[in-house]
Every structure is written in structure tokens, then in C-alpha cells.
Design a protein around this ligand. Structure first.
Ligand code: COA
Length: 538
């Protein structure tokens, strides 16, 4: 394979300015992540200690194999929502290694409002279950939750993608033969009682863990019966009398050990094979990506400069290099796994769309995972291009990406606007994972363009009524709020808070994250994929 030769002047002023700006963004990201992991009220910390419980981090430290990677999922979900303190939507989740096996871990944080489940918490749990199902990863649940966050119960309970879906998915996962192990480390109340009940293995900590359909306050209100949580649904009750729980644990540390032991006995999984070779680092330091990405999202740059800092040995076999130049695609290896990778070098034209369609279908036929690096303002527009059939050529790409059955991974490295988001495997196209860089922006279109569209619509209305166009101060009144809302709702933090992605990445970590994600995806079979496609409009 050829080696990409970087054209970047790492001693130049532009590089330095870009680097410093991305450094700021990454430092801010790290500060936000630290806050999400650590900011807990004194009262909650004290209460956790009084109860003799470990923190979520301590639980994870005991559960996961030492010195193994941890790919956290949506650590900034719900950021800025509710009272601004429901960090990670009240849970920590990620893909880690337990007894040598890749697993998905989902843990309630009892130090955030008693581990109660907010609407975004439901969304995050459902997302984790989807990841578990798509990648055939055993799911380990560390439950410690006061159940539904009652003031928002109408947003959690009734709809098809609300709380009930979690238990529905558990049944489906069981049918799919995906192991589910639950550690009961605190309350599993009401619907929450089904999390252990519907798992294959239940570990139950005495003294703190309790499972019941109605807690003591509800029992008192409904029947007048006075009963403690331990007497109603503690480990002795469920391990000795009801049979709901399977393994009796003395404390959190013992529970984590039992979960490890159970995981070790799970049937082994033959991972899918994609072509591999020995991994080697890129020739260029991945951290140089900080200096490659221009400060302004609208400034074009060559996506090969990113590939050179992601790919093993900076090697890349480019497909149709001279055709459809605004879409760069080809084959490479990341941490030893062969992938097909596509990146934008401008808007998508008919030729670049057709090239992408062919490349995606080739990778799908050959069983090669696909990686999309999105930096896209959309498909080309205008009279000439409509006549040339851009809509039908764009459709072919959207069709190919929808029907591709190999694992797909998307990183939004800059702009993600309009139908470009679709063709380049946005969230709606079921990539196994999707991440944003901190500089990324997402929306139907950029704020400036949206503002121009609205002003133009208004002027057309006025023209139809025989009136003059809007005066400049009225134009400003229309433009400013739409530009502001596009900025507020189009930035990476808004996206990640809403779980439109699986997390914001330091661009320098992209290669490692992709390596972990491709590895995790290979737990699911590539053999019996329902390959093929529907009708292409020619
Ligand atoms: N909805 C909304 N808020 C809840 C809640 C719920 N279901 N359960 C607990 N909280 C809040 C508390 O009001 C408290 O808020 P504050 O920090 O602002 O004062 C915080 O969560 C912690 O609760 P607290 O009772 O002080 O902590 P704890 O560690 O002693 O106990 C629980 C935690 C979860 C065991 C206990 O709060 C409880 O039993 N909650 C009710 C559980 C229940 O019956 N849920 C039914 C819903 S399906």
C-alpha cells in the first residue's frame, strides 16, 4: 500500500494557530468529562459511605480487567439538562474487558439523585442495549436506582421507546442468546425489579441490594403493612426464599468478584474474521490532527491529512483517486483491522456519490467494515446539477449506506449538514458507533444558510403582495435568532447531551477508539448477513 505523504507544514503559523485552538477544545472536553465523573454532592457522597457502598468508579475498577481499554459510551449524555447535574444521564456505561472478554457494562450512579432514571437515562440504556445486540456483547448491569425519576414520569413511562422497552429488549436479548448479568447493589424498584428478573444471572448484595415491585412506602400506603427494604426484597429473601436472585454477595467488592467469575464461565464467542495484519502506528503523530483541522469549519482541507494520522503506517490504497475527487475513499488498516474508509473533500457531486456507492457496495460484498469521516455541507445544488441527476445519484449513495450490512462507524470531524449527514452514515443509518469531534457541527444546514433561506422566503411573500423587500434591521431580526439557535443546537455538546452520538472524542484518540470499536463489532457474526439492496434509480 502507498504511504500518504503529508503536505502540512508543522512549523507554520497556521498549523500552530489550529493546534492551539483544538488544544483548548480538548482541554475543555477533558474538564467536562472530569466534572461528569466526579461532581457529586457532599450529601450523596456521605450517604454512599454510610451505606458501605463503593462508588461507581470503584465498582468498575474491581470489575474490569486491570490495564485494559475502556470505551466509554455517552459520558456527557444529558449535559446541561434537568438541573445540570444529572451527569451521564445518571449512569456510566462502556465497553470494557472482563476476564479477557469484551462486554458492555451499564452502571447506575446512586450518587446522582439516588440513581433515579431520567428520560435521557432511559434513552442511554436503550442505546446500550442496541450496542449490545448489534455487536453481540454480553451486558453487565450494576443496578442501584430509585427507579423512575417521578417528577418526569410521563416522559419515561408510556411510549414505545420509554422504560418498558428496556425489559422488552432484555427478553429479545435473551432470545438472541446474549448473556445478561445483573449485580443488585442498591434498589431495583417497580419496573426496575425486572432488570434482575429478566437477566440470566443475578448477584445480590446483602444489606444494600433490594428488589421489589413496590417499595416500603408504597406497601405502607397500599396495604398498611410495615416492612423494611431488606425484609421486603433483600438478598436473604431473594436468594433463600423467592429464588429471584442466584448469588449471595457480602458487599460490593464480593459482588464484582462474582460477576467476574460468572463472566469467565460464559460460552466463548468465535469473533468474526476481517483481514488483519500486525498493527503499526501511523508515520505521523495522531496529535498533529490538532494542527491540521482549520479553525473555521468552512475552510477546506485535505481529509487525507487525517487519514495519514489514523491509518496504520499512514498507508492507504485509494479507490478511484482521479474520479469524483470531493469524496476520498479506499482501503487501509487501523490497529491491524482492514477497513474501508470514506472522507469528504468538499460537497458531494454526482461522480463522488457514484464512487461512494460503488465503494460501499464493494466493502459490503467483501465483508470489510466501513468508516465514515464526515465533514460535509451536503450534496451540490443548482439547475445544472439537478438536470445532471444529483438527486438520483445521491439516492444511490444513501441507499447503499442504508443497506450495507458490514459494521459501520462514523466520526463527525467537522460539518454534518443536510443530506450529506445521511449519505455519510449519520445516526439514522445505524452505524455501530458514531462520535463527534469537539469542533463538529450538525444540522439541517448551517445557521447562515438557514437564515438566508428564511429571509428569502419572507422577501418572496412580500414581493407576491407587491411590497418592497425587508429593511436591513428586519433582516437582522430574522437572521440573528436562527443563527444563534443553529449554533446552540448544532454544536457537539448539544448533540452528545441528546445522545445523537456516543461521545465527543479528542481527535488524537480517533485511531485508538476506532480500533477498539472495530474489535468489539467483530463479536457479532459477519456470516449470515442479509446482503443485497433494493431498486436503484438509474
Ligand atoms: N424520584 C425522584 N427523586 C427521587 C426518587 C424518585 N423515585 N428517589 C429518590 N429521589 C431523590 C430524593 O428526593 C433525594 O433528592 P435530594 O438529593 O434532592 O434530596 C435523592 O434522590 C436521594 O434520595 P435519598 O432518599 O436521600 O437517598 P438514599 O440513598 O437514602 O436512598 C433510594 C435512595 C433510591 C433508596 C430512596 O430515595 C428511595 O427509596 N426512593 C424511592 C424509590 C421508589 O419507590 N421508586 C419508585 C419509582 S419507580
Amino acid at each position: 500500500m502507498e504511504v500518504i505523504e503529508s503536505q502540512i507544514d508543522t512549523a507554520g503559523d497556521e498549523y500552530r494557530a489550529n493546534y492551539e485552538r483544538m488544544q483548548e477544545l480538548v482541554e475543555d472536553l477533558k474538564a467536562q468529562l472530569k466534572k461528569a465523573r466526579q461532581e457529586r454532592s457532599e450529601k450523596a457522597v456521605k450517604r454512599n459511605q454510610e451505606l458501605g457502598k463503593l462508588t461507581v468508579q470503584e465498582r468498575l475498577d474491581r470489575l474490569l480487567d486491570r490495564n485494559t481499554p475502556w470505551l466509554e459510551i455517552a459520558p456527557l449524555a444529558a449535559k446541561g439538562m434537568y438541573d445540570g447535574k444529572v451527569h451521564g444521564a445518571g449512569t456510566r456505561a462502556g465497553i470494557g474487558v472482563v476476564k479477557g472478554r469484551e462486554v458492555l457494562v451499564h452502571a447506575n450512579d446512586p450518587m446522582i439523585k439516588g440513581g433515579t432514571v431520567y428520560p435521557m437515562g432511559v434513552k442511554k440504556t436503550l442505546r446500550c442495549q442496541t450496542i449490545s445486540m448489534e455487536n453481540n456483547l454480553p451486558m453487565l448491569m450494576l443496578v442501584d436506582s430509585g427507579g423512575a425519576y417521578l417528577p418526569l414520569q410521563s416522559e419515561i413511562f408510556p411510549d414505545s421507546d420509554d422504560g418498558g422497552r428496556i425489559f422488552y429488549n432484555q427478553a429479545i436479548m435473551s432470545k438472541m442468546n446474549i448473556p445478561q448479568i445483573t449485580a443488585v447493589l442498591g434498589l431495583c424498584t417497580a419496573g426496575g425489579a425486572y432488570i434482575p428478573a429478566m437477566s440470566d444471572h443475578v448477584v445480590h448484595v446483602t444489606g444494600t441490594g433490594a428488589i421489589f415491585l413496590g417499595g416500603p412506602p408504597l406497601v405502607r400506603a397500599a396495604t398498611g403493612e410495615e416492612v423494611t427494604a431488606e425484609d421486603l426484597g433483600g438478598a436473604m429473601v431473594h436468594c433463600r426464599e423467592s429464588g429471584v436472585s442466584d448469588y449471595f454477595a457480602e458487599d460490593d467488592a464480593h459482588a464484582m468478584q462474582l460477576v467476574r467469575d460468572i463472566t469467565a464461565l460464559l460460552p466463548t464467542v468465535e469473533k468474526s474474521r476481517v483481514p488483519t495484519r500486525a498493527a503499526k502506528p501511523p508515520l505521523y503523530d495522531p496529535k498533529e490532527i490538532w494542527g491540521v483541522v482549520p479553525k473555521a469549519i468552512s475552510t477546506p482541507y485535505d481529509v487525507r491529512e487525517i487519514l495519514a494520522r489514523i491509518a496504520d503506517g499512514s498507508e492507504f490504497l485509494e479507490f478511484k483517486a482521479l474520479y469524483g475527487p470531493t469524496l476520498v475513499c479506499g482501503w487501509t488498516y487501523v490497529h491491524g483491522h482492514q477497513i474501508g474508509i470514506l472522507g469528504n473533500n468538499g460537497v458531494l457531486f454526482s461522480d463522488s456519490s457514484l464512487k461512494a456507492t460503488q465503494f460501499i457496495s464493494l466493502c459490503d460484498r467483501q465483508g470489510i467494515p466501513l468508516v465514515f469521516l464526515q465533514n460535509i455541507n451536503g450534496y451540490i445544488i443548482g439547475r445544472e446539477y439537478e438536470r445532471g441527476g444529483i438527486t438520483k445519484d445521491g439516492h444511490k449513495m444513501v441507499h447503499a449506506v442504508s443497506t450495507a450490512t458490514v459494521p459501520k462507524f462514523t466520526v463527525i470531524i467537522g460539518a454534518s449538514f443536510g443530506a450529506g449527514n445521511y449519505g455519510m452514515c449519520g445516526r439514522g443509518y445505524s452505524p455501530r458507533f458514531l462520535w463527534m469531534w469537539p469542533n463538529a457541527q450538525i444540522g439541517v444546514m448551517g445557521g447562515e444558510q438557514a437564515a438566508d433561506v428564511l429571509v428569502s422566503v419572507k422577501n418572496d411573500q412580500l414581493a407576491r403582495a407587491g411590497q418592497p423587500p425587508l429593511p436591513s434591521e428586519m433582516v437582522d431580526n430574522i437572521r440573528k435568532p436562527i443563527i444563534q439557535s443553529a449554533f446552540n443546537e448544532g454544536n457537539a455538546y448539544y448533540s452528545t447531551a441528546n445522545l445523537w452520538d456516543d461521545g465527543i472524542l479528542d481527535p488524537a484518540s480517533t485511531r485508538d477508539v476506532l480500533g477498539l470499536a472495530v474489535s468489539a463489532s467483530l463479536n457479532a457474526s459477519l456470516e449470515d448477513r442479509n446482503q443485497g439492496h433494493g431498486t436503484f434509480r438509474m
